[in-house]
Design a protein around this ligand. Structure first.
Ligand SMILES: *Cc1c(COP(=O)(O)O)cnc(C)c1O
Length: 412
């Protein structure tokens, strides 16, 4: 088997239109979003208008990161100190982190084998806790049955905030991810669907909520200069009682996002072509389970997940090592310690420990891989062939004597 030599963390270079947009801002010297010449609309405001239009939302706030967008969304929605926030247990660390930073208490909800929030467990926990907030993380781009979820949110009178870090551009039955509740939170960090290094976007149709979010983001008293904001009288009611928690986006980052946003739809088509190439290459591997993608879901295949439910922990580790030896970097959610971006609820020690047997069961056999657009479709076929080869090997190999040290911990 020929090893793969591409990099799983190398995103596409930013092209000349992006470089020209950055150069223009640098030449102007006006990097702060409120530093505008007479009659000039800042790049941050332009981005807010363009993203609101793309998203189909009335309002948009550009801010410092996706995690920051979630934290101020919770505050702007009225989260009280110590209040419970329901959230799915399979997500990335900035999600429980945002709840903690807003003073909330994460209540973790199970996930299903399709990697989405378990709506039965959500209902149980909504009833048991009476929680007012659901911070739904559309982790790795998988959408739950959003019609049923929206019904539950309505029935239990919850406030829904969506983490769309992996679903920018995705939709359920034609409705964009991020438009199902009070607010959508997006990230423009390098590994997401738009790349400004760091950055976040918050969208909503609710004027009072958005006025508070804009004030929280550190608008000083310059909120009238925002690109997609409610009218000034809405701010009058809250302008003096809302703290400034500086987390603005600057014009340089906004400038480099604008041309990328124009190409987002074509990037999505390219991601999905790559996703399907890997999916095709893995679909016939015995014992390997790919998530089903529902008809109603329009996904963005910027990463792919699969499970190998038949593998023990030690074999899973050997499988990851075999793939790595052939140049394929997989993340495994069954590892007992967090590795880089990959962690589980067991390592969020600031959160009350919670029993999540379903989630643990799914995560212990779950593998995950990014699909950067620097990979060609042929690269994706090659990667799939390597994974298929190693998965067959792992399933058929005789029990290893030299099990990895972790298996001791796992109680196998
Ligand atoms: C990246 C990410 C975020 C937050 O993004 P940052 O911009 O890095 O704060 C939130 N949720 C998920 C699932 C993510 O992967």
């Amino acid at each position: 088997m020929q090893p793969f030599t591409g990099s799983f963390t190398q995103q596409e270079a930013l092209d000349d239109t992006v470089i020209a947009a950055a150069a223009e801002i640098l030449r102007s010297g006006r990097l702060h979003r409120y530093n505008t010449a007479a009659g000039e609309l800042s790049k941050a405001s332009e981005l807010e208008q363009a993203y609101a239009l793309y998203q189909g939302a009335r309002y948009c706030l550009a801010c410092a990161s996706g995690g920051y967008a979630m934290a101020i969304a919770l505050r702007a929605a009225g989260l009280a100190q110590g209040e419970s926030v329901l959230t799915n247990a399979f997500t990335l660390a900035p999600v429980p982190g945002a709840i903690a930073s807003a003073g909330g208490k994460p209540v973790l909800v199970e996930i299903t084998e399709e990697l989405v929030i378990d709506l039965d467990d959500l209902e149980r926990k909504a009833r048991a806790t009476g929680a007012r907030f659901l911070l739904l993380s559309n982790m790795r781009g998988h959408l739950a049955d959003m019609d049923r979820l929206a019904d539950l949110v309505r029935h239990y009178e919850m406030i829904l905030i969506e983490d769309c870090a992996h679903t920018m551009g995705a939709a359920w039955n034609g409705r964009k991810s991020g438009n199902f509740g009070l607010a959508g939170c997006f990230s423009t960090q390098t590994y997401k669907h738009l790349n400004s290094g760091e950055g976040g976007l918050l969208t909503s149709d609710d004027p009072d909520f958005m006025a508070r979010a804009i004030l929280l983001s550190g608008s000083y008293m310059l909120y009238e200069r925002h690109g997609a904001a409610p009218s000034p009288e809405i701010f009058e009611r809250v302008r003096l009682e809302t703290p400034n928690m500086s987390g603005r986006m600057d014009n340089l980052r906004a400038a480099i996002l604008l041309p990328q946003l124009e190409r987002l739809e074509s990037s999505i088509a390219r991601w999905n072509e790559r996703y399907r190439a890997v999916e095709d290459g893995l679909s016939a591997v015995g014992g390997l389970v790919l998530p089903r993608r529902p008809e109603a879901e329009r996904y963005v295949g910027s990463s792919i997940q699969f499970r190998l439910p038949g593998l023990s922990r030690s074999r899973s580790e050997a499988f990851v090592a075999a793939c790595r030896a052939l140049g394929v970097e997989l993340k495994w959610f069954g590892a007992p310690d967090p590795v880089a971006f990959t962690s589980t609820h067991h390592s969020w020690k600031y959160v009350d420990p919670q029993l999540l047997p379903e989630t643990d069961h799914v995560l212990s056999t779950l593998f995950d891989m990014r699909l950067p657009l620097t990979f060609s479709v042929d690269d994706c076929r090659h990667i799939a062939a390597i994974i298929a080869h190693c998965a067959r090997d792992a399933a058929s190999s005789t029990p290893e004597v030299a099990a990895a040290p972790r298996s001791v911990l796992a109680g196998e």
